[in-house]
Design a protein around this ligand. Structure first.
Ligand code: NAD
Length: 287
């Protein structure tokens, strides 16, 4: 057990699986009291039990936190159990469908808005009054897709772009209250989402996603949790409005990303482009 989050109280949304589970366990190992948040069917109790077996402190909250009453009840639970709130981790999210945009379903679009955007809004709104009391901080899950866009999951990338801008606006607005706000933006991570057998990626997308990293592999949830730990801790007391990419170099991997695009997306449209420029710019220095 470490002490980098000694006596801090943290809410981790989407805390029962994947990256969120790793965050909950890492935070508890570092001395935090953790509210593990998940949907009613998520293995929230199991994560709490495993944390307690390791000597950590945690409590379960089950509910859809895109619903305001649930978001408030979640914050109330943290206060009732542990008297304060220092850290909100907005990690909950969904990745329901991969399809080219004309075929992307409205149902999946709405599901993305609710679970990736509204959940972040509702939890942050509910938590801020408590975070202001402790001069706490918020860390929100972005994505390399929030910066670069995500072919075959265009609306997903859009929701993550929202989270990036949301977190930066929050940093600017809340600095005067002593509250920090940052983003951790993963690339492909070894969770259910990035495997054909357990998520919506087809095998070509699964392969190209991994090939699109400089490191040629998925990251582990623990590698992402390590960065959450730093950003959420007092070690990062001068860090706000920042985006930390944990993507094995995907964002800067122009080469592999470009090859991927060339293979499957860069096809000239048929017909002629009707471009009518009436004004030409200058391409040399005027004397
Ligand atoms: N896995 C990746 O490759 C990857 C890459 C970039 C970003 N991310 C981000 O990391 C986060 C976690 O992803 P993951 O791969 O661990 O996925 P995951 O599905 O294992 O975890 C997400 C959890 O959030 C929960 N959740 C979703 N909506 C909720 C709601 N409204 N209320 C309560 N709980 C809710 C889900 O039930 C799930 O347990 C997401 O925000 C995702 O966008 C993941």
């Amino acid at each position: 057990m470490g002490n980098r989050l000694d006596k801090k109280v943290a809410i981790v949304t989407g805390g029962a699986t994947g990256i969120g589970e790793a965050i909950c366990k890492k935070f508890a190992q570092e001395g935090a009291r953790v509210v593990v948040v998940g949907l009613p069917d998520d293995p929230v109790d199991q994560v709490v039990k495993e944390i307690e077996q390791q000597g950590g402190i945690a409590v379960a909250f089950k509910g859809d936190i895109s619903v305001e009453a649930n978001a408030k009840a979640c914050v109330d639970l943290a206060i009732r159990m542990y008297d304060r709130l220092n850290i909100l981790i907005n990690n909950a999210g969904v990745f329901p469908e991969t399809n080219l945009l004309p075929d992307f379903s409205e149902e999946a679009f709405d599901y993305l808005l609710r679970n990736n955007i509204k959940s972040t809004f509702m939890m942050t709104k509910a938590a801020l009054p408590e975070l202001q009391k402790t001069r706490g901080n918020v860390v929100t899950a972005g994505s390399e897709a929030g910066q670069m866009g995500e072919p075959q999951a265009v609306p997903y990338g859009g929701t993550k772009g929202f989270n990036h801008a949301f977190a930066k606006g929050l940093a600017t607005e809340q600095a005067k209250f002593g509250v920090r706000s940052n983003v951790v933006a993963p690339g492909p991570i070894d969770t259910a989402w990035t495997h054909t057998s357990t998520g919506p990626m087809d095998s070509e997308m699964e392969k190209s996603t991994t090939a699109g990293t400089l490191m040629g592999r998925r990251g582990t949830p623990e590698e992402v949790a390590n960065v959450y730990l730093f950003v959420a801790s007092d070690e990062a007391s001068y860090v706000t409005g920042a985006i930390y990419y944990v993507d094995g170099g995907t964002t800067i991997a122009k080469g592999p990303q470009g090859e991927k695009a060339a293979d499957s997306f860069k096809k000239e449209p048929e017909g002629e482009l009707d471009l009518q420029h009436s004004l030409e710019g200058h391409t040399s220095v005027k004397s």
